[in-house]
Design a protein around this ligand. Sequence first.
Ligand SMILES: CC(C)(COP(=O)(O)OP(=O)(O)OC[C@H]1O[C@@H](n2cnc3c(N)ncnc32)[C@H](O)[C@@H]1OP(=O)(O)O)[C@@H](O)C(=O)NCCC(=O)NCCS
Length: 162
Amino acid sequence: MIDDAIDHVSVRFMEEKDIKQILLIEQCSFSAPWTSKAYLSELQNKFARYFVLLDQERVIGYAGMWLFAGESHITTIAVHPDYRSRRYGRLLMVTLIEHSMKHNIGTMVLEVRVSNNAAIRLYHSLGFKKIGMRRNYYKETREDAIVMLRHLKEGNETGGME
Ligand SMILES: CC(C)(COP(=O)(O)OP(=O)(O)OC[C@H]1O[C@@H](n2cnc3c(N)ncnc32)[C@H](O)[C@@H]1OP(=O)(O)O)[C@@H](O)C(=O)NCCC(=O)NCCS
């Protein structure tokens, strides 16, 4: 039985020991899942910041971004299918937003598949706006990406959160 209460989970930086559990979520979340090599390389990348969401010891979600030249570029976010629609995706996004603000980042950017309504709604509800399209961005399906951006301002760290 999964507990609905958001305060029963915790967030910390991703570590190498998390990768095995992350790959299981990756496999059921993306049509072109990242490999363990990709995550190992990201954990060595000095511009990258990755977070995991834990239900006790279990990894139930993760998100990451690159911080570079005053901008953060969100690279991934996923929540285990059993834990979706419980506001954990929102919690991970708020973690990225707050971490970016702490590092004086001015804008956050991301790409999302045109068909990914759940993610688009999540980003929109947090103040991200569509600024353009990238045609055939996803190689395996040739699907287009929507590019979304949010400006970060002091005192508005959670955007459209209620
Ligand atoms: C996108 C994803 C991370 C959202 O995580 P989640 O924990 O289910 O989302 P939340 O419960 O925090 O929902 C936050 C908001 O997102 C939107 N949303 C989430 N799931 C949705 C769904 N199935 N349909 C429509 N909107 C949805 C809603 O606006 C929701 O706000 P609300 O609860 O006030 O209605 C999750 O669906 C996922 O892991 N998907 C697979 C990986 C993926 O597509 N990642 C994004 C790549 S760009």
